[in-house]
Design a protein around this ligand. Sequence first.
Ligand code: GRF
Length: 217
Amino acid sequence: MKKPFRIAVLASGGGTNLQSIIDQQQCGKLSVDVALVISNNPGAGALVRAQQAGINTLCINHRNYSTRHDFDQALINALQQADIDLVVLAGFMRIITPVMLKAFPQRIINIHPALLPAFPGLDVQQQAIDYGARFSGCTVHFVDAGVDTGPIIIQAVVPILPEDSAATLAERILEQEHRIYPQAIQWLAEGRVKIDDRKVIISDSTSCVKTLTNPTH
Ligand code: GRF
């Protein structure tokens, strides 16, 4: 029998992306074993969601480690012990250091609430609004040594409306995050994802060719 594809989700906050992964897995659309959820934040809602779903959880509080390296080493030990194939960052508010990248080469992915390479970093919904962008969206990408710079796996586009606040835009973007993150993970679990230089190739995938315009008239 084929070994299940084991993922760990790392989250610092509420965990709605984690929830979408759990839901898709439970309804049979995502063929992975969510083997472990790790948070650096003891109060993370993500830990509660995982426990409710019967998933193993671990809190590795960065405050208990004197260096980033020691914290990362604790993460690596836990991930290796759980025999994890893919590390899924879902609102994990710690920088991933080279030691972690080396331990899981091309096996760490992240979701970012903007259309990269526009608006990397934090508070990006407000930044997109303030910039006057007509569209934003979300991006699933491999993690590399930069901040939100790794090869892009999938993106979804969301319009920015004149009345949007950061909160309403974030909500519209999150809906798409919950759709594309499980999709990207499924592609990886199926072994369909290759990186060519910095381009990601998904074998046997179809592309959307629709052109979007905002405003329309
Ligand atoms: C999401 O907007 C994600 O794109 C960003 O952090 C947020 C996490 O939200 N990296 P949640 O904890 O999954 O609800």
